[in-house]
Ligand binder design. Structure first.
Ligand SMILES: [Ca+2]
Length: 102
């Protein structure tokens, strides 16, 4: 009987963490979509890269953190660099707060 309640508890724990993950993932998808729309609208010459001038005004966060996001120091940022920057910031914040990320 004790074993059964442990199994039930474990299943509930797994289920709730999956639900939290699904919500996070839906939110992440939404954010990714918004980010992509803003990127596309900022990318005036449609070369899939933003110059500091293109980022200015349209993507203020990218504009402010341009040098940090431009990982390969090419003078432009791509969506991949912005995504990678977001991942880096998120894991840095998680380690700072002591939370464990997935
Ligand atoms: Ca561009």
């Amino acid at each position: 009987m004790k074993k059964l309640s442990v199994v039930v508890f474990a299943s509930v724990a797994v289920l709730s963490s999956s639900l939290v993950w699904a919500e996070d993932s839906a939110r992440a998808e939404q954010i990714a979509q918004i980010m992509q729309d803003r990127f596309t609208s900022a990318d005036k010459n449609a070369d899939a890269q933003l110059t500091p001038e293109e980022a200015k005004g349209k993507m203020p966060y990218v504009s402010r953190n341009f040098a940090q996001i431009d990982a390969d120091k090419s003078g432009t940022v791509t969506q991949a660099e912005i995504r990678q920057h977001a991942v880096n910031v998120r894991s840095a914040n998680a380690s700072a707060s002591g939370n464990v990320t997935q």
